[in-house]
Design a protein around this ligand. Structure first.
Ligand SMILES: [Zn+2]
Length: 336
């Protein structure tokens, strides 16, 4: 762990950073990217490589003394600043003590000292306290800042650092991450990969969220049986599921869109379609044939869904929006 191979994807950032780490590193970096993208993981791999005695293309060698200390989280030349437990921000006093003053002490076991600072948790005073250090860091020190929200940072902080941007992962990469970290199987990972929009932190949270798998199951059930559900069941039992998940209706809609996408795939490419929501493939294929559901009806269903989502965002009645959507989609699925 802690090497660049443990960071899945991020090819551009890695190829930018590798030659710097192996050659003459800059003295201040700013790693940016949305929350949950893996900034800390990336910054940690950088720190390990910079402290290692024999770094290679993958970062730290993993076997030298400094790498072993690093793995045990006892490397004295690696200083990581994040808020103390129970606190929202990094204290200005910690910045002064653990960075501004400490940076002039010689490294103990590596050739340099690395400061990893989670800059989203620095208030303006904290950033100001860092400025002078960022401007003229001692030769043996490197600062690595991470930030999701660069608008909060002082221009002078941003301009003094070399910026490395992390970007959303592909669905395949998210599936690989879920498999590596959570041992999630492909079937469960597919819908999460779509929903997480390429953010590993979000995908990992979703994998732990049992209520999300319930939503996926419930939507699969609804789509599988839509033409057979009575109107009264649709407007009471099925509506109550949506009502219960009112707070996360966007996720419910996203799962439903995915389910409709599955149906469209089954119409066009039965044999090889990778399904994300629909679980009873044969059942669904029979229904598609019996009810003569075609891609156009699925497209229209998808439009009804988008309309309901828009209506709710514009504060139309939740109940009316959901019920009229369910009725319209059911109609598209009843072509017999
Ligand atoms: Zn090493």
């Amino acid at each position: 762990m802690g090497s660049f191979s443990s960071v899945i994807g991020q090819r551009t950032a890695k190829s930018r950073i590798r030659p710097l780490l192996l050659g003459n590193p800059e003295q201040a970096y700013l790693i940016t990217g949305p929350e949950g993208i893996g900034k800390r993981l990336f910054a940690t791999a950088m720190a390990k490589a910079l402290l290692c005695e024999a770094p290679n293309e993958d970062g730290g060698c993993g076997t030298c003394g400094p790498c072993r200390y690093f793995a045990e989280k006892t490397h004295p030349d690696f200083i990581h600043l994040s808020p103390q437990s129970g606190e929202k921000m990094i204290r200005v006093a910690s910045i002064r003590e653990r960075v501004v003053r400490d940076i002039f002490m010689f490294p103990q076991i590596s050739n340099r000292k690395i400061y990893l600072i989670e800059a989203d948790y620095l208030n303006e005073e904290g950033q100001n306290a860092l400025l002078k250090t960022l401007e003229e860091p001692p030769a043996k020190a490197i600062l690595i800042l991470t930030a999701a929200d660069t608008d909060r940072l002082l221009d002078t902080v941003v301009s003094r650092s070399v910026r490395i941007s992390l970007t959303p992962n592909t669905e395949r990469e998210i599936i690989k991450i879920l498999k590596n970290v959570k041992n999630t199987d492909e079937k469960d990972a597919l819908p999460i990969a779509s929903l997480s929009k390429g953010i590993p932190g979000l995908a990992l949270k979703m994998a732990d969220d049992e209520s999300l798998s319930e939503i996926i199951e419930k939507i699969a059930e609804l789509l599988n049986s839509l033409p057979h559900i009575s109107l009264s069941e649709l407007l009471t039992g099925q509506f109550s599921f949506f009502d219960k998940n009112k707070d996360r209706i966007n996720e419910v809609f996203a799962v439903m869109q995915m389910g409709l996408g599955d149906i469209a795939l089954l119409i066009t490419d039965q044999a090889t379609a990778f399904l994300r929501v629909i679980d009873k493939r044969d059942n669904m294929i029979r229904m598609i044939e019996r009810k003569k559901i075609n891609v156009k009806s699925v497209d229209r269903a998808s439009v009804h869904l988008a309309e309901a989502s828009r209506a709710i965002r514009s504060n139309y009645s939740f109940e009316t929006s959901i019920c009229s959507m369910l009725l319209s989609i059911r109609k598209e699925f009843c072509n017999d």
